[in-house]
Ligand binder design. Structure first.
Ligand code: ADP
Ligand code: ZN
Ligand code: ZN
Length: 739
């Protein structure tokens, strides 16, 4: 017997091995095995098995079966194959996304030692003060005591206990430490829920879909605070009662604790949380238990869609418009929403894409009847959507005779009002750090990252300039590198500056900040959210991290410091993103009994996107946006494929992209090519970047197969090895952004 094996390397080549007799019974297509590749032992996946030898060269043998990988069922194997074809990724790499090498079904939690008094005890044998103390203490305890607790008697309790054990005075017991897998979900007390008519109708449609056991995609469009989560919970109950399992995807780790907490309060220990900030031991433990079928509901980030849950009946993608669902840093560059739809198709599951602000694509798909539509048009409990005030900052600046005004008069008035009433405020500003630019006043030179050629952000808290793209850090120079002037000036505003300025205005108010700098770890993040939820913080400043999904009843004012952030980025999705952020952030206000208000500051009060967002005119904006996309032939009217070459040497990169370009033939009707051109961010992390984008009109290319054929052929015909040292090709199918 022979097998072709794909390895997690960037080459599409499969390698042929002989299957040794002793393994024949235990391997099949989809098995993870170890085999020699070059002079290393590498773990790979079997893509085909056959009897007749096809390859005439020297054939090595498979060494062993990789321990601790579950047997892939047919549905996961099909998913891996789809990932590989659709995102143009070698099977070995696609398999690694589904079966990460660090995870194993053999995971054993660390063991902790305990000491317990034994039945035979002859105290005369005890030697020394420390032994006696430990012994007496243990004698006074009813249950085994962890060694760590004995540290107060001796720095090294294990030696003491060992010698007491040798004298048969005590027993040492080792117990596995089960990681606390729920430290990332909030306690949530079950509420009395009486479903609204809209909720009931959505739920009954979903339940009858679940009963049919077939692929059924829905768009659940519910305004902020309309009770979408309650719909998820009811749908999950129904799936479980049909003996099916459930995946709930969330885009942002900040929303996990609340939503996971709500699921836990209903479903208890059958719920597992899955995201990148889990400790290694929790990940190992949870994954093993998923393989063993112990969990029925997984609530987690994008990679949760790959967990080997059995019998998936329901997949929910919450805040489905979020770009965080796209893997951008490694292959396969998948979108968890696309994977969800495919996994749903393979497993005959119901798939719910949910949002208050659906992506333009999903909105389009519902209009075109590809998705069924469920609507929750009203907030739960007769609560109105908060009233929005739009503030023209140009007029504000003129009036104040200060062109650096951060807070408008109205914003400050509303904040003071809430403080007086003991209510809470959320301030959104989508830029971290203190000031995004440090500029020389004399020659205009801007401090840039030497690895990315992009402006460095000043961080006041550690008095450093930081690159937000590669994390390069340096202290601000005391004179200009070009003209030696000492006059440098900070410009622009980040969250740290907002915090500083606000603390000057409200010195006696508790103000806190949530962004990547303030919450580098999950614990820090959850701690701040918890304190906000317990009313220990009055004003919470934050980036997009706090704009979505959170539900705090006492937060009655949301302020958006600068609604224009991102508005003019040269990307076809920038308008959509700004609209969604404003609409979503507004939705954080007034979710409980108290009415909410929103203050939105802008320098572009006449801008259509901003106007539509503050008027909650979603359909109006989406229609306009669709018209624009159609005119310019962008998604959802076209397929996009972005091919990027990255490398250390600028000329090599230019040459490589030119060779790739030459391999793209004259294009058929309906396909356009943009580039080759330098990327918007031309250099990142010391690598120069150039790209070619193919846009293929869906009228001519309904399934995308035409454009797929073209780019795959072009890549195949380009011998990158010969084109340059270290230039790398990146293929992004359905990119979320072209920047
Ligand atoms: P969304 O996810 O649509 O923004 P949520 O599901 O968070 O909204 O609901 C908003 C608030 O209303 C939550 O506190 C939720 O518990 C409450 N809620 C929603 N539906 C009901 C219901 N039928 N009965 C009681 N409370 C509800
Ligand atoms: Zn200068
Ligand atoms: Zn950088």
């Amino acid at each position: 017997m022979f097998a072709d094996v794909s390895f997690p390397i960037s080459s599409f080549q499969v390698f042929t091995y002989k299957i040794p007799k002793k393994l024949i019974k235990n391997v099949s297509v989809g098995s993870t095995i170890n085999a020699p590749l070059g002079n290393r032992m590498v773990s790979g996946i079997i893509v085909s098995c056959y009897i007749e030898r096809k390859f005439s060269g020297k054939i090595k043998e498979i060494t062993s079966i990789e321990e601790g990988k579950p047997i892939l069922d047919d549905s996961l194997w099909r998913l891996i194959n789809w990932l590989s074809t659709y995102y143009d990724t070698p099977i070995g790499l696609a398999a690694k996304a589904v079966l990460p090498s660090q995870l194993s079904t053999n995971y054993e939690p660390k063991k902790q030692s305990f000491a317990k008094i034994s039945s035979l005890n002859d105290e005369k044998k005890i030697k020394g003060e420390k032994q006696l103390k430990v012994y007496k203490f243990l004698k006074s305890q009813n249950s085994p005591v962890p060694f760590s607790e004995l540290k107060r008697f001796s720095l090294n309790p294990s030696t003491i206990c060992k010698s007491l054990e040798d004298k048969k005075l005590i027993d040492i017991i080792k117990k596995p430490v089960i990681p606390n897998i729920y430290d990332t979900s909030f306690e949530s007390t079950p509420k009395t829920i009486s479903l609204t008519e809209d909720q009931k109708s959505a739920i009954s449609t979903i339940c009858s879909s679940l009963d049919k056991n077939r692929f059924d995609p829905f768009l659940l469009h519910g305004v902020t605070g309309s009770g979408k989560t309650e719909v998820f919970i009811e749908a999950a109950k129904h799936a479980l009662s049909n003996n099916k399992s459930v995946v709930v995807l969330l885009p942002e780790i900040s929303t996990t604790p609340q939503i996971a907490g709500r699921f836990r309060s209903v479903f208890g220990d059958t719920v597992a949380v899955w995201h990148s900030k889990l400790s290694k031991s929790s990940r190992g433990w949870i994954w093993k238990k998923i393989c063993e079928g112990e969990f029925k509901i997984i609530v987690g980030a994008r990679s949760a869609i790959f967990t080997p849950l059995k019998n998936i009946g329901l997949i929910i993608v919450d805040e489905e418009q979020e770009n965080a669902y796209k893997q951008t840093s490694s292959s396969p560059r998948y979108h968890a929403k696309e994977v969800s739809l495919m996994r749903g198709k393979i497993n005959n599951s119901t798939v719910i894409l949910s949002s208050a602000t659906p992506s333009i694509e999903s909105f389009f798909n519902y209009k075109n009847k590809k998705f069924k539509y469920l609507e929750l048009p009203k907030r739960y409990g007769k609560v109105k959507l908060p009233h929005v005030h739009l503030v023209d900052m140009i007029a504000e600046n003129k009036e104040a005779d200060n062109y650096n005004t951060i807070f408008s008069k109205l914003m400050l008035e509303k904040i003071s009002d809430r403080i007086k009433k003991n209510q809470q405020v959320i301030l959104l500003h989508n830029r971290r750090g203190f000031a995004p630019i440090l500029r020389c006043d004399d020659c205009g030179e801007i401090s840039k990252c030497r690895h990315c050629q992009l402006s460095l952000t000043f961080h006041k808290i550690d008095n450093m300039l930081k690159c937000h793209f590669c994390n390069f850090t340096k202290p601000p120079a005391n004179k200009c590198s070009v003209c030696s002037s000492f006059n440098a000036r900070l410009s622009g505003t980040g969250t740290q500056k907002i915090e500083d300025e606000l603390k000057k205005v409200f010195p006696n108010v508790t103000i806190d900040r949530l962004d990547l700098d303030a919450a580098p770890t999950a614990n820090k993040l959850f701690n701040t959210l918890n304190r906000f939820s317990n009313n220990e913080i009055s004003i919470l400043i934050g980036t997009q991290m706090i704009a979505k999904g959170l539900d705090f009843a006492n937060a009655t004012l949301v302020g958006i410091i600068n609604a224009d952030t991102g508005l003019f980025l040269p990307d076809f999705r920038s308008g959509e993103k700004v609209f969604q952020l404003i609409y979503q952030a507004a939705g954080r206000a007034g979710r409980g009994a108290l009415p909410g208000e929103v203050v939105v500051q802008t320098y572009n009060p006449e801008n259509e996107i901003i106007k539509d967002a503050v008027n909650y005119d979603l359909v109006g904006y989406y229609e306009k946006c669709l018209k624009e996309r159609s005119d310019l032939n962008y998604p959802p009217y076209s397929w996009l494929v972005r091919m990027e070459i990255r490398g250390k040497n600028k000329n090599e990169v230019a040459r490589s992209i030119e060779i790739l370009n030459r391999n793209i033939p004259s294009l058929p009707n309906g396909i356009e090519k943009l580039g080759p051109s330098p990327c918007y961010r031309e250099k990142l992390k010391d690598l120069y970047r150039m790209q070619i984008v193919l846009k293929s009109n869906k009228k001519y290319d309904t399934t995308g197969s035409i454009v797929h054929n073209i780019f795959k052929k072009a890549i195949k015909n380009t011998k990158f090895r010969k084109t340059g040292i270290g230039s790398k090709l990146i293929v992004d199918v359905n990119p979320t952004s072209l920047l």
